[in-house]
Design a protein around this ligand. Structure first.
Ligand code: PRX
Length: 635
């Protein structure tokens, strides 16, 4: 992309106003100026939120890998595209140049083709944070296959659900992964998952930990020998702007995970444009986002956004605590990181360790700090600002979602004055609205309500894979003609936004979106459990932790409650993954329910938060007596 950045607040307002008054002209200019299209669009935007249907750059043809790789080869061929920092600090970092990335992506794309993957096929990627993860994502995009990356901390059941939901034909994995001092048997998890996935025809296995794994004849193949034989040129498939680029699963408050579908043209334009402006990336900068590519943050701001700008994007395999809690700062110093983008949960965990490990490192390369995934509390904000940014590096508190594809509300560094805990102003082209519960838009400042978006933006998800009705019902029916985010927010006296948190039954734990329903379903699988409800409660490091209320079946036998707690968490680990384990489990005789049988989570939430002074009206409950019992036995 060209070198142009927004430079001051007045200019932000000017550009913002233009983007709102003439959105089509605005985005057309961005798209024309900065990208490589094989054919221009016939229409910039068509939309109808009642269907809902949104199309950007309709009729245009392109391949996103030509934008992320090929077009940089003449000007930045030797520049590092991906800087890989391994789990073990003694293993050398790998600098993958744009030329090298091109070769590796092309080879990988040819391997996919040889294995029978065609345009439109779904490929599941279940890999640790090693270069093959980014490369396989790009290889899919090269041939028009739709990638579905599943975070490699998910369990085999969670993996098989996602593989089957989108009928993936292939799985790409590794023999295992490193996680700090531990290794994880990823291939074993894949083998378990595939017992329930008849549609998977082949498994490509990257070698990482050199462990002894079993390979299923006719299905599993080692990746490296295939790459060695493959040609390093694979013609880019010419795609339609509105063809799907990927599916990424996110939790809903009910039902199975939602496979959010993102399409190529709009996603590319928006992630590239936001990356450039939100991080103020300059040509020789080293940018580091600590997320995993298994989440949307990694898709948009480790892979596509940075590479579309010809940036150097650092990819870290390990964890912040290994070999000690100074690892992040060690990496910042070693690679002279200029932009550092992480989550509040990591900031809180590191803040707990004190400043000694920071002071050993030179962090003077840092220019911009980012935060994403959950609200950042004031204390963490100041700690980040004082100790990491040394009050010199603006913090961009970026609010967005898997569904939005890119950053939506954020300061622009050196342009928007920051304010702790505030995501501040809408990004260019974004039209937020705060709504009251009756569906009226709250105008003016100093208001608080439900956060909606009134107008389409290029990188919004287009549907839920295989279930367009659910897409409409979840996001477009709560408020007429608006996209509903599921978050609450307030707008202060100058128009800055502060996100107050989810208003539905999604709970954000350590920045991970967890729906209550799938966790309750897992708990209810335990033979001794008859019913359960989970809610979030504040936690110093995780932001929220999970509190479960569990009703046991009356079997007449007495059971050891601590063992039961362990077994319940074990089941959750098997069904979802360790991230969804409960911190507290209270056994109870009943759950507060409305007359229509709905669990009143509001009350359970208050009890979990130890805030029982004002439980609100409980008279409409079917079983009000149960409330006191739960309070008396609260943990
Ligand atoms: O509640 C908001 C919270 O994370 C949710 C989206 O989660 P996910 O789809 O996993 O994407 C996370 C990474 C983009 C939102 O609905 N959230 C995300 N960023 C922020 C945030 N809450 C407050 N402040 C943020 N900066």
């Amino acid at each position: 992309m060209s070198n142009y950045h927004i430079k001051h607040l007045e200019e932000y307002y000017q550009v913002y106003r233009k983007s709102i008054r003439e959105p089509e002209n605005f985005w057309e200019e961005v798209a024309e100026e900065h990208f490589l299209w094989r054919k221009k669009w016939e229409n910039v935007l068509s939309w109808d939120f009642s269907k809902p249907e949104v199309k950007w750059f309709e009729g245009a043809k392109l391949n996103i890998t030509e934008n992320c790789i090929d077009r940089h080869l003449t000007t930045r061929g030797d520049k590092t595209a991906i800087l890989f920092e391994p789990n073990n600090p003694n293993e050398p970092a790998e600098h993958i140049s744009y030329k090298e990335l091109s070769k590796r992506v092309n080879k990988f794309a040819n391997v996919l083709k040889d294995k029978g993957i065609e345009k439109g096929d779904r490929v599941c990627i279940y890999l640790p944070m090693i270069p093959e993860l980014a490369i396989s994502v790009l290889a899919c995009a090269r041939i028009g296959a739709i990638h579905s990356v599943v975070f490699a901390g998910f369990s085999s059941t969670a993996l098989s659900t996602r593989i089957n939901d989108s009928d993936c034909k292939m799985v790409i994995t590794s023999d295992g992964s490193y996680r700090g001092p531990k290794t994880i048997d990823l291939k074993g998890i894949v083998d378990d998952a595939l017992e329930d996935c008849p549609g998977v025809q082949s498994v490509l296995v990257a070698k990482r930990i050199h462990s002894n794994i079993s390979m299923t004849e006719g299905r599993d193949v080692w990746l490296q020998p295939l790459l060695d034989q493959a040609s390093d040129f694979c013609k880019a498939e010419i795609m339609d702007s509105e063809d799907p680029l990927f599916i990424l699963y996110t939790s809903g408050s009910t039902g199975k995970p939602k496979g959010m579908v993102h399409t190529i043209g709009g996603y590319m334009v928006y992630t590239a444009y936001t990356f450039k402006n939100v991080f103020q990336y300059r040509e020789h900068d080293v940018y580091w986002c600590t997320a995993d590519i298994g989440w949307i943050t990694g898709h948009s701001y480790i892979v596509y956004g940075p590479l579309a700008n010809g940036a150097t994007s650092l990819m870290f395999e390990g964890v912040p605590s290994y070999p000690d809690f100074g690892r992040f700062w060690d990496i910042v110093e070693k690679h002279k990181v200029n932009q550092f983008y992480t989550a509040p949960t990591a900031i809180r965990a590191l803040a707990k360790e004190g400043v000694d490990l920071i002071e050993k490192h030179n962090l003077s390369s840092l220019k911009v700090l980012g935060s994403v995934g959950e609200p950042i509390n004031e204390e963490a904000w100041h700690w980040y600002n004082d100790n990491i940014g040394k009050k010199n590096s603006p913090i961009v508190d970026t609010w967005w979602q898997t569904e939005t594809g890119g950053i939506m509300i954020t300061p622009i560094p050196f342009v928007t004055p920051t304010k702790p805990t505030y995501a501040t102003l809408p990004f260019i082209g974004i039209q937020p609205a705060l709504m009251d519960e009756q569906g009226n838009e709250l105008k003016g400042n100093q208001v608080e309500g439900r956060l909606c978006i009134k107008f389409p933006w290029p990188s919004m998800a287009r549907t839920i894979w295989g279930n367009h009705e659910r897409y409409r019902d979840t996001y477009f029916t709560a408020f007429e003609n608006k996209y509903f985010t599921g978050d609450g927010a307030l707008r202060d006296e100058v128009g800055y936004y502060r996100i107050t948190g989810r208003v539905d039954d999604v709970i954000i734990v350590s920045g991970h979106n967890l729906g209550s329903a799938p966790i309750e379903d897992a708990i209810n699988e335990h033979p001794a459990v008859s019913e359960s409800a989970i809610v979030g409660f504040p936690h110093d490091i995780k932001g929220n932790a999970l509190y479960g209320y569990v009703i046991l079946k009356d079997t007449g036998e007495s059971r050891d409650q601590n063992n039961l707690r362990k077994e319940i968490n074990q089941i959750i680990t098997e069904h979802i993954g360790p991230i969804a384990k409960l911190d507290k489990i209270q056994f109870t005789s009943g759950l507060p329910k409305t007359r229509s049988g709905k669990i009143m989570r509001r009350i359970l939430r208050k009890i979990a938060c130890n805030d029982t002074s004002n439980l609100g009206d409980t008279s409409t409950l079917l079983n009000p007596e149960v409330v006191q019992d739960i309070i008396d036995n609260a943990l």
